[in-house]
Design a protein around this ligand. Structure first.
Ligand code: 6R9
Length: 663
């Protein structure tokens, strides 16, 4: 990358909170930013007070870059905070988990029942030999028992490592072995678009590859007689959930954990290399997920909160399980897909359960746009009062569509930027205070110091600055976080050098998240995608996100992925892959029309050299577009690692079509 990043997209629409929303919001005093900036450590200590500590900490922060320890000396238990303190108080009969399975089965679990079931599961894990400090691998469908198992681990001080139920036997074995897990908790199967995902069979395959540390496998009966042929139990190793869990005592004390004890490991697959086991500890993580859930989602006692992520991703950890339950919220847990049995499934869930807060991903929103407004319009979405987005930059047009068609133009949208490594949301609007701009994650949250850097590691936009200081003109560069924050990762499991090399070597002081960003003249942050994806076109750094947003702005376009393709003269030329909305036909002039649209919208410099209209894009299982593979396609190379793709077939057929077009 050269000096700075061009700033092309100029989005001037703003959406201030309504007076009514502001008046009732959890955070409606703008002074919170100043108070936090004046003394971030003291500010986070105040947030930690919201938790139940068995013993108070003696030192709020010990910082030996890159290692932070928060609330040192404090003792607490994450499960106690998420379950027991509510079960023992006025929330005992409040619904904690509101589960809907793909076939339509519904289970409502109160905090009192959750405490019993988590305790029994914890005792079952103990009976299988799990002790404080051990690791448990969880490979389950998105059912209530997945959250229950995570909490059961936390209760007895065992760390969980959740592996997304769509991963292969190889991935499961690799992660199980890296974490040296003693037990795997799985299910006979899970439902996905009417089919059974054979989780137990895949677990057996993984174990056949060699997982020497695994002693027992606990198997939930989810699909029963629909389990695929060959689903068998290995005597002495495998145990049915229903044969050991319900029999256990409901009495299982919460283990007092040190604030810095391991809570979980979660593997993130970088674009290359083996997955990184991101480590999170207890006190700081729970403090910040608890606080941010309350601020960002404006969570109230009567909300029905639904985060559509899977617990296989960090979003499911922080914003389905730990943050919301610690706040005593009612959380929807949904097993299935948004288009099964039909494309209105999400909206039926919102209508039936009167969901008030919906947190989903841009990839889902763009799919809804592509399918058409008739699906949300056929359901009553009037219970919704706040919408959230996470996982990728949300293009302004997708934001506006979400605002109008899902939020009925009345719900604030929180576009939340964060990572597995950050543990909780770092950049986001506060819905009672922030005037939002479509496509911008707006501002670092109180207590977070975020800078924009140049290649040389100098701050172009400083982390420390007066709260109301505005740059006056847009500044593009690399995002960096300066001060430690409580929920930051404590490392990559077993790989301290890789931890330093990946996040702490690029800059002398700051944490390097790997994302490009700009601040606009008003001091709003725009996340522009991974630094590796930024294009260098004739000496200009151009973000893929801005060109994609200009394409999605065209009425016929549902989704776009942009890459830089090697070019003799320009270094890189802009190349776009475009999916049209359902019902839109490509016509001979479509490509020229789209090129002209981009040039008109953000400038001639960003006009794509070529545009390829396609039916699908390669995405990771959490829905992020893999531009690296599109570069391989465009440059005619062999495809790189495709193991993290949701559907490897997509990129292979794309490659064939692309080659046909070129020849
Ligand atoms: C929570 C999660 C992290 C990467 C991150 C960035 C992208 C996430 C975003 C966003 C723009 C947002 N990302 N949220 N980009 N705007 N609101 O997704 O964690 O799976 O670790 O991915 O996702 O590139 O660096 P993770």
């Amino acid at each position: 990358m050269s000096e700075t990043l061009e700033t092309l997209l100029d989005e001037s629409r703003t959406f201030p909170p309504s007076d009514a929303f502001r008046a009732q919001a959890n955070i409606n005093d703008p002074g919170i930013y100043e108070r936090a900036a004046a003394d971030p450590v003291k500010f986070w200590e105040e947030q930690a007070e919201a938790l139940h500590w068995f013993e108070r900490w003696h030192t709020a922060l010990e910082w030996n870059r890159p290692y932070a320890k928060w609330f040192v000396g404090g003792k607490l238990n994450a499960c106690y905070n998420c379950v027991d303190r509510h079960a023992e108080g006025p929330r005992a009969d409040k619904i904690a988990l509101l589960f809907e399975g793909e076939p339509g089965d519904i289970r409502k679990i109160s905090f009192r029942e959750l405490k019993d079931e988590v305790s029994q599961t914890a005792n079952a894990l103990k009976s299988l030999g799990v002790k404080k400090g051990d690791r448990v691998c969880i490979y389950m469908p998105m059912v209530a028992e997945l959250a229950i198992t995570m909490l059961a681990c936390a209760r007895i001080g065992a760390a969980h490592s959740v592996v997304f139920g769509g991963f292969s036997a190889d991935s499961l074995a690799e992660r199980t072995n890296d974490a040296e897990a003693k037990v795997i908790v799985t299910a006979d199967g899970g439902w996905r678009r009417g089919h059974v995902v054979p989780l137990k069979k895949i677990t057996d395959e993984a174990l056949d590859l060699g997982c020497p540390t695994v002693e027992k496998v606990l198997v939930l009966n989810r699909v029963g007689e629909k389990a695929p042929e060959g689903t068998t139990m290995t005597e002495g190793r495998d145990v049915w959930w229903h044969e050991v869990v319900p029999q256990q005592s409901k009495d299982c004390p919460c283990e007092p954990m040190d604030s810095e004890d391991l809570l979980y490991i979660l593997y993130t697959s970088g674009s290359t290399g083996k997955p990184k086991g991101i480590v999170h500890t207890t006190g700081g993580y729970l403090t910040q997920t608890t606080a941010t859930t309350k601020w960002v989602f404006d969570l109230k006692e009567n909300d029905v909160y639904w985060c559509t992520a899977d617990c296989g991703w960090v979003t499911g950890h922080s914003y389905i399980v730990y943050g919301p339950l610690s706040n005593g919220a009612t959380c929807v847990v949904f097993e299935g897909a948004p288009d099964s049995p039909d494309k209105d499934r999400f909206w039926k869930i919102v209508e039936n359960h009167k969901v008030t807060i919906l947190y989903t991903a841009p990839t889902a929103i763009r799919a809804f746009m592509k399918w058409g407004v008739q699906y949300p319009q056929s359901c009553d979405l009037s219970s919704l009062r706040l919408l959230g987005s996470v996982g990728e930059p949300i293009n302004p047009e997708a934001w506006i569509w979400y605002h109008e068609n899902i939020g009925g133009s009345r719900c604030p949208i929180v576009d939340t930027w964060w990572q597995t490594e950050t543990g909780s949301i770092l950049i986001s609007p506060l819905p009672g205070l922030t005037a939002t701009k479509p496509g911008s994650a707006t501002q670092p949250l109180p207590g977070i110091l975020a800078a924009i850097m140049n290649e040389e590691g100098e701050e172009l936009y400083p982390a420390h600055r007066a709260v109301n200081e505005k740059p006056g003109e847009a500044i593009g560069g690399i995002l960096a976080i300066k001060h430690p924050w409580p929920s930051m990762t404590r490392g990559i499991y077993g790989e301290p050098e890789r931890f330093v090399a990946t996040y702490w070597s690029r800059f002398k002081e700051h944490y390097f998240p790997g994302d490009g960003a700009k601040v606009d003249q008003d001091g709003y942050y725009w996340l522009l995608g991974r630094v590796d994806d930024i294009m260098l076109v004739a000496g200009h750094n151009i973000s893929t996100m801005e060109v994609e947003s200009a394409l999605v702005d065209h009425h016929a376009v549902a989704e776009a992925a942009v890459i830089g393709k090697t070019h003799d003269l320009k270094g890189q030329a802009i190349s776009a892959f475009v999916i049209l909305k359902t019902g839109q036909e490509s016509h001979p002039d479509m490509v020229n029309e789209l090129k002209a649209h981009v040039a008109h919208k953000i400038g001639a410099i960003a006009r794509p050299d070529d545009i390829f209209i396609c039916a699908d894009l390669p995405k990771t299982r959490s829905g992020k577009i893999m531009r690296r593979l599109l570069r391989d396609v465009a440059e005619g190379r062999a495809l790189g690692d495709t193991t993290t793709l949701a559907d490897p077939g997509v990129v292979n057929s794309l490659k064939n079509q692309y080659e046909d077009k070129e020849s």
